[in-house]
Design a protein around this ligand. Structure first.
Ligand SMILES: C[S@@+](CC[C@H](N)C(=O)[O-])C[C@H]1O[C@@H](n2cnc3c(N)ncnc32)[C@H](O)[C@@H]1O
Length: 466
C-alpha cells in the first residue's frame, strides 16, 4: 500500500475491467507508487471479488494521472456516497456539504445518471425506477437539466452483488454513487492489438498484458529497457509507448531476420521488413528503438561492466511453443573436422531453472538500484509453492500474480526490485531456487502430461455419455 496522505484526501472509486483479476490491484498500486502520489487503498473489497476499489488520493490531478496509465482500471469516479441500499445512498447524498456538490449540480450544468449492476442483470424498467428514486428523493442536489448524450457531469449508481452460481442474489452487497472523473486506457488494447501488428511470432505477448508488464516495471520517459528474450518485441512496444529507449536480444537468427516460418495461418512467407524495428515504426515509436541483437541470454559477458538498465521486462521460453536453447561453451564444443570451415556454434537445451537463475543474476548486475525485473514463470499448479520463486540477495519480490491457463497450468508474473548492489551483500552469492519446480520433470513434460490427462478425461466422459 502507498504512503498515507497528509492533506485532506478525496475519496475515489476505481472500477476495474473484468479481466486478469489477479493483476488489477497490483497494476494500480505500481502506477500509484511510480507517480509518487500518496494514496490509501481499501483492498479488502477487491479481494472479495468486487470490481470496485475505494481509493483516497490528494486531488483530482493525481486521480487522473493514475487513469492515464492503467489498462486494467476501467473508470474512476469521485465517490459521493455508498451503502447497502439506494435509500441509504440517497440519505448520505442529502448530507453532503454544499461546497462539495455545488460545482457539479447547479441549475446551469447538465447531467445524466447511469445505473450499472455487477453479478446481476436488472431490467431497463428497474434502472429507470432507481433513477426516479434518486431524482425524487434528492431533488435538492441534482438541480440541472438532464442531458443523456453530452452532459456536463455524469453520475453513476453502481450496485455490486456477491457472485452466487446457484441463486441470483436479491440484495446488493454494496451500492455506490459517484461522479465520473476519468476512463482508464482500455483503448490501448485495440490500438496495439496483435491482429494488426506488422510482425508477430508464435508467442507474441498480447497488448493488454504487455502494457500491464510495463506498468509493473514502472517504465517511464527516457528509461532504458531491455528484453533479453525479445521475440517479436511486444514488450519493447509497450515500454517504448511509455517513452523508454528499448533494446532486445534473441537467440533465433531466423526470427529476427524475417526468415522464420510465418506465424499467421494464411501467410506463406514472411515479408522482408518483418522486424521489431518495423513494429515500433508502425506505432510511431521508432525513435525509441536502439537495437535488437542475435545473442544468447545465458552469455552475459557481451555487456560491459557498469552498464545499467532501468527495467528488464521479459517472457522467457517455456519450451512449449518455442525452443529454449543456449550456446554450448566454446571449450566444450566439438572441434570442426574441416579446419577453416564455417563455424556454427552448437546449441544445447536451456533448463528452465538455469534460465531464471541467469535472468536474476543479469538483473542483479545490470539493473540500476530501484530498477525492476518483470518476468513470467510457467507453473504446474499441483506442485507450486512459494519456494519455487527464484531468489537473489539483491532483488526483492514486489508482486507475484497468477494467470491461470488451465486447471493445472498457469504462469506467474513476478515483479522484483533491485534493492542493493552485489558488492554490498555480505556473502555475495548468485541466484537460487529453493525448490526447483522442474528438477525431476521439465515444464514441457509436466505440460504434456497434464494436457494428455485432460484429453483422456474428456474422452472418458464422451465414452460414458455415448
Ligand atoms: C516466449 S518468447 C518471447 C516472446 C516475446 N515476448 C514476444 O512478444 O514476441 C521467448 C523467446 O526467447 C528466445 N530464446 C530462447 N532461448 C534463448 C536464449 N538462450 N537467449 C535469447 N533468447 C532465447 C526464443 O527464440 C523466443 O523468441
Amino acid at each position: 500500500m502507498a504512503a498515507r496522505i497528509t492533506c485532506a484526501p478525496k475519496r475515489y472509486l476505481l472500477q476495474f475491467a473484468h479481466e486478469h483479476l489477479d493483476f488489477r490491484l497490483q497494476e494500480v498500486k505500481s502506477v500509484i507508487s511510480m507517480l509518487g502520489c500518496g494514496a490509501l487503498l481499501k483492498e479488502k473489497e477487491v479481494d472479495n471479488g468486487s470490481p470496485f476499489l475505494e481509493i483516497e488520493l490528494p486531488s483530482e490531478k493525481e486521480a487522473k494521472a493514475v487513469m492515464q496509465r492503467t489498462v486494467l482500471g476501467k473508470r474512476l469516479y469521485e465517490l459521493w456516497a455508498e451503502g447497502t441500499t439506494v435509500s441509504e445512498v440517497v440519505s448520505k447524498l442529502q448530507k453532503l456539504p454544499d461546497g462539495f456538490i455545488k460545482p457539479y449540480t447547479d441549475e446551469n450544468s447538465s447531467f445524466r445518471i447511469v445505473v450499472e449492476t455487477f453479478n446481476k442483470k436488472i431490467s431497463s424498467a428497474d434502472k429507470v425506477r432507481r433513477i426516479e428514486q434518486l431524482l425524487t428523493e434528492s431533488t435538492c442536489i441534482l438541480k440541472g437539466k438532464i442531458n443523456l448524450s453530452v452532459p456536463d457531469n455524469s453520475f453513476h449508481l453502481l450496485e455490486f452483488y456477491k457472485f452466487d452460481s446457484i441463486t441470483s442474489p436479491n440484495e446488493p452487497q454494496k451500492v455506490y454513487f459517484g461522479r465520473w472523473v476519468s476512463d482508464g486506457q482500455r483503448d490501448w488494447i485495440r490500438e496495439y492489438h496483435l491482429q494488426n501488428r506488422h510482425f508477430i511470432a508464435n508467442t507474441s505477448m498480447d497488448a493488454c498484458l504487455s502494457m500491464v508488464m510495463a506498468n509493473l516495471a514502472q517504465v517511464k520517459e527516457n528509461d532504458f529497457v531491455i528484453d533479453p528474450f525479445v521475440g517479436s518485441g511486444s514488450l519493447l512496444v509497450s515500454s517504448a509507448h511509455f517513452g523508454a529507449y528499448v533494446i532486445g536480444t534473441d537467440i533465433d537468427y531466423l526470427l529476427l531476420h524475417a526468415k522464420a516460418r510465418p506465424s499467421r495461418a494464411k501467410q506463406k512467407t514472411r515479408s522482408e521488413d518483418e522486424s521489431v524495428q518495423s513494429n515500433l515504426r508502425q506505432y510511431g515509436l521508432e525513435n525509441k528503438y536502439i537495437d535488437v541483437l542475435v545473442a544468447d541470454a545465458s552469455l552475459q559477458k557481451m555487456w560491459r561492466d557498469g552498464w545499467k538498465f532501468d527495467a528488464i521486462i521479459t517472457d522467457p521460453p517455456y519450451g512449449i511453443r518455442e525452443s529454449a536453447s543456449k550456446i554450448v561453451r566454446r571449450d566444450l564444443q566439438e572441434e570442426a573436422e574441416d579446419y577453416g570451415a564455417a563455424h556454427y556454434p552448437q546449441k544445447t537445451n536451456y533448463q528452465l531453472g538455469d534460465i531464471f537463475k541467469d535472468l536474476l543474476n543479469f538483473a542483479a548486475k545490470f539493473l540500476c538500484i530501484g530498477g525492476r525485473l518483470v518476468y513470467w514463470l510457467p507453473i504446474y499448479r499441483p506442485d507450486y509453492c512459494e519456494s519455487n520463486i527464484p531468489q537473489h540477495p539483491c532483488l526483492e519480490v514486489r508482486f507475484n500474480c497468477e494467470q491461470p491457463l488451465s486447471t493445472t497450468i498457469s504462469r506467474r508474473l513476478i515483479t522484483m526490485v533491485k534493492v542493493c548492489e552485489h558488492q554490498e551483500v555480505s556473502e555475495p552469492q548468485g541466484a537460487s531456487i529453493e525448490v526447483d519446480h522442474y528438477e525431476m520433470l521439465t515444464f514441457r513434460q509436466k505440460y504434456f502430461k497434464a494436457t494428455s490427462a485432460a484429453v483422456n478425461n474428456s474422452l472418458q466422459v464422451k465414452v460414458q455419455k455415448t
